[in-house]
Design a protein around this ligand. Structure first.
Ligand code: NAP
Length: 403
């Protein structure tokens, strides 16, 4: 809050799971936060209702046609929100001077350009869109440094790590704070105990039925394949300046311990809480203060036990693919991210099987060796190459299934 005035917030991806949770926290703390702008891709109905409730100055949707539609509905309701459509407008609103904080809640590679636009204006960016960092980690973090932006992680694991690190932690020298490594927890998703042979035939609905978290469909499938943890591994390395071998993934089915930091002296700090995204969102929105999130208090007696186990590489080949891409460097993570978005979309469309996701990704990574990146254009070229190759492989897998 600046001089008592509420902090002005732009929510990119307002109609998604992160966006809705963010607005829930804002609604509980209207004395501290006001909404400058909301964006969606195509869900005009929900964005309309959100505009009625939060009365933003601006709204952005995926196309000019949808913008016109939303604008007409808002005018009829007596609101004079400035409504625009298209990707240029998305970047523009992310960079607009009307907000102090930008919540990066768009899913996938589409979030990269607007998130970078907010970083480029030195804003406080609350990052949920992990794909941006996975695709362009080095360029992204360099832009954060150059423009004096501040990135606060919303991903529950990275938010937990952030909370367990000391004030003044330097990502260019983690050892100076005595940090030895980080333990990134993973729920193991809905298929942690399912026989690997049965995974060949699981449906998108089964894959999206996460045992602990309610999330968008893409991240839900990523959790089921554990690619989500692979993306988070890369995210942790970039955010906290860690080498991949300093980040260990451990499966923790209760999703109560959100991650841990191990120090040189043997101390291990953990952050805990119920699996409710409003908790890390409230933390980052109000940082360094604390506000009400709406999340229930953690009842450890009810949780009763906390289990930890090693991930099963046979069941979750995507985790190793992500580690390999991180080790390969260059554009490998951008390629893997693009391929994953395409393969997950194909699975959700019923075109390939669940276990085909990992198979397709392995083939793409074999066929497209890592190339060095020096610019955002290089990253976007890798993204395109990854998508084109994946679509071709998906078509082959699909034909194989039909034969
Ligand atoms: N959900 C969670 O609990 C969670 C936790 C940690 C991290 N994350 C990360 O947060 C991000 C969002 O996840 P989510 O689960 O909230 O996703 P989601 O529910 O699918 O919502 C995605 C949001 O992005 C918008 N969007 C989709 N495609 C777009 C495009 N091409 N251009 C502009 N906007 C677009 C959607 O608009 P429409 O509604 O109009 O389609 C929606 O507002 C992801 O990167 C995810 O990995 C999520």
């Amino acid at each position: 809050m600046k001089g008592g005035a509420p902090t002005s917030v732009t929510v990119l991806g307002a109609t998604g799971s992160i966006g809705v949770s963010t607005l829930d926290v804002i609604a509980r703390n209207t004395d501290r936060f006001r909404v400058h702008a909301l964006t969606a891709h195509s869900n005009v109905d929900l964005l309309f209702r959100q505009c009625l409730e939060f009365r933003p100055d601006r709204a952005v949707v995926g196309s000019e046609g949808l913008a016109e539609l939303l604008s007409r509905r808002l005018s009829a309701a007596g609101l004079h929100t400035d409504v625009r459509g298209g990707t240029e407008e998305l970047r523009d609103v992310a960079a607009a001077s009307g907000s102090d904080v930008v919540v990066a809640g768009i899913v996938g590679a589409a979030g990269l350009a607007p998130t970078l636009a907010a970083v480029g204006c030195g804003k406080r960016v609350l990052l949920a869109n992990k794909e941006a960092l996975v695709m362009a980690g080095a360029l992204f973090m360099e832009a954060v440094r150059r423009h004096g932006a501040e990135v606060l992680p919303l991903d529950s694991e990275h938010n937990a790590i952030f909370q367990c690190l000391p004030g003044g932690y330097r990502r260019d020298d983690p050892g100076a704070s005595g940090v030895r490594r980080v333990l990134l927890t993973a729920s193991g998703g809905p298929f942690r105990e399912v026989d690997p042979a049965e995974l060949e035939t699981v449906t998108p609905e089964q894959a999206c039925a996460h045992p602990n978290w309610v999330m968008g469909r893409k991240i839900s499938v990523d959790s089921a394949t554990m690619m989500n943890k692979g993306l988070e591994l890369a995210e942790a390395c970039w955010l906290f300046g860690l080498a991949p071998e300093q980040v260990e993934v451990i499966v923790h089915p209760q999703s109560v311990v959100h991650s841990l930091v191990e120090y040189r002296d043997g101390s291990v700090l953990a952050q805990m809480g119920n699996p409710d995204m409003r908790i890390p969102i409230a933390h980052a929105l109000a940082y360094p203060q604390r506000v009400d999130s709406g999340g229930d208090p953690l009842d450890l007696l009810r949780v009763a036990r906390l289990d930890f186990e090693a991930p099963d590489d046979r069941r979750f080949p995507c985790l190793k693919l992500a580690r390999d891409a991180l080790d390969a460097g260059g554009d490998a993570c951008a390629t893997l991210n693009a391929a994953n978005e395409e393969a997950v979309a194909a699975f959700l469309d019923g075109r390939i099987g669940f276990m085909d996701i990992g198979r397709v990704l392995a083939r793409v990574m074999e066929q497209l060796p890592a190339v060095a990146v020096t610019s955002l254009d290089d990253v976007m070229a890798a993204d395109q190459r990854g998508r084109v190759r994946t679509r071709a492989l998906v078509a082959e897998f699909e034909a194989g299934r039909r034969a």
